[in-house]
Design a protein around this ligand. Structure first.
Ligand code: NAD
Ligand code: DAU
Length: 342
């Protein structure tokens, strides 16, 4: 692995991955291929460009555009595709699923086909614990479990996973898949719950907790996820899928308590609001398979939440312009008429 083609590399996890890989592997170079949707931002890569400019190239493009993808693969002679590009926010997928199906399903197919035509390039698909659907009892999702997605976002991601697996089985394309938990950390667009709540709390705005707030999530630090993806790229078995998470879960309310305590803000900011439609109650994955490759998480949930809060406190330059733009319309649409409960 010398020349990586990282789609969605200007988004949250993608930019952290690019930063990590260029630091960790001095021999590797990266082409970021990104459409720059509302979630993709060049600011996310500013420091990486300054430190590693000669090993980082940027191409603005859509993964659904086969000619553009094939042209970029040819131009840069890459050997590995890592596909982060996706529409990623569940609430937006409920408002309008169209772009999710385009990018997360069709776009994945375009990349797989381009990898095949370019001579069976190594292909890694970034997926999510949401494809397993919500998990009952104390079960932890295994990679071999059937997929049971329940939101348009999760269903689109599951479509991408099935297509990636089909390219391995049918054409022998060297594919791996990893499924991450709820990532938090630097550069996450403030529509996602942790950055949304931190930035609301800093402005003394209410924190809209969906329903009773007792849904369970595995809040994983993005750096642990990035290291896990690198481990799968280096040592994962072709054709296999790997869960990457802490293997533990906590309730949203527990997450909010830590967040407010770190900020020194009162519990009275918590406001229970009408639940998300089809809201998955619990995600939790078994991560033995990736741990058997020598990976382990370094952040607890609490450490990951506190570190994330501190990043947002220290980096207003990054999120204040976002919150004053398109975000305001989105916020009004999603939360403006939402019923307060309890
Ligand atoms: P993000 O929304 O922050 O970034 C997505 C990036 O993809 C953006 O840079 C955007 O411009 C780009 N993009 C979107 N559509 C594109 C298209 N058609 N062509 C090219 N680029 C396009 O997302 P994220 O949170 O960084 O998630 C990255 C990947 O990780 C996604 O595949 C997501 O499903 C997966 N994932 C996310 C989480 C999480 O908690 N955020 C957890 C597990 C897996
Ligand atoms: O689990 C991995 C997934 O995590 C990724 O695949 C997705 O791309 C990513 O968006 C994330 O999905 P979630 O729906 O779990 O994340 P979100 O931050 O939107 O919500 C986390 C939890 O917080 C969830 O139970 C819903 C709740 N929530 C969310 C928002 C935005 C609230 O209670 N209030 C809110 O305003």
């Amino acid at each position: 692995m010398q020349k990586l083609f990282v789609t969605g590399g200007a988004g949250f996890i993608g930019c952290n991955f690019v930063r990590y890989m260029l630091e960790r592997h001095p021999e590797c170079s990266v082409v970021v291929y990104d459409k720059l949707t509302y979630a993709g931002r060049m600011e996310n890569l500013l420091d990486v460009q300054a430190r590693h400019g000669s090993r980082l190239h940027f191409v603005r493009g859509d993964i659904c555009d086969a000619a553009a993808v094939e042209g970029a693969l040819r131009e840069y002679g890459v050997d590995t595709i890592v596909n982060f590009a996706a529409e990623t926010h569940v609430d937006r997928s409920i408002l309008n699923p169209d772009a999710f199906i385009q990018t997360d399903v069709y776009g994945t197919y375009v990349l797989l086909e381009a990898a095949r035509k370019a001579g069976n390039l190594r292909y890694h698909q970034i997926s999510t614990d949401e494809v397993y659907g919500h998990i009952h009892g104390d079960h932890r999702s295994m990679e071999s479990d059937n997929l049971a997605p329940r939101s348009p976002y999760a269903a689109s991601k599951a479509g991408g996973d099935h297509m990636a697996a089909a390219y391995w089985i049918t054409y022998g394309l060297p594919v791996t898949i990893s499924r991450g938990a709820n990532n938090i950390g630097p550069f996450q667009y403030p529509e996602k719950v942790v950055p949304l709540f931190v930035t609301n709390a800093l402005a003394d705005l209410a924190l809209p907790v969906y329903g009773d707030g007792r849904q369970m999530r595995d809040y994983q630090h993005v750096l642990d996820h990035c290291v896990g993806i690198d481990v799968v790229l280096q040592r994962g078995e072709i054709g296999q899928t790997y869960n990457i998470g802490t293997g533990r879960e906590m309730t949203n309310l527990e997450m909010v308590e830590i967040l407010l305590e770190e900020l020194g803000k009162p519990r009275s900011l918590i406001q229970h609001v009408e639940d998300r439609q089809g809201h998955d109650r619990r995600y939790c994955m078994n991560v033995d398979k990736v741990m058997a490759l020598g990976w382990e998480p370094s952040y607890t949930h609490e450490a990951a939440i506190r570190a994330t809060v501190r990043w947002y406190v220290d980096n207003r330059w990054w999120w204040e312009p976002i919150r004053s733009g398109e975000f305001q319309d989105y916020y009004q649409r999603l939360y403006g008429q939402r019923k307060v409960i309890g």
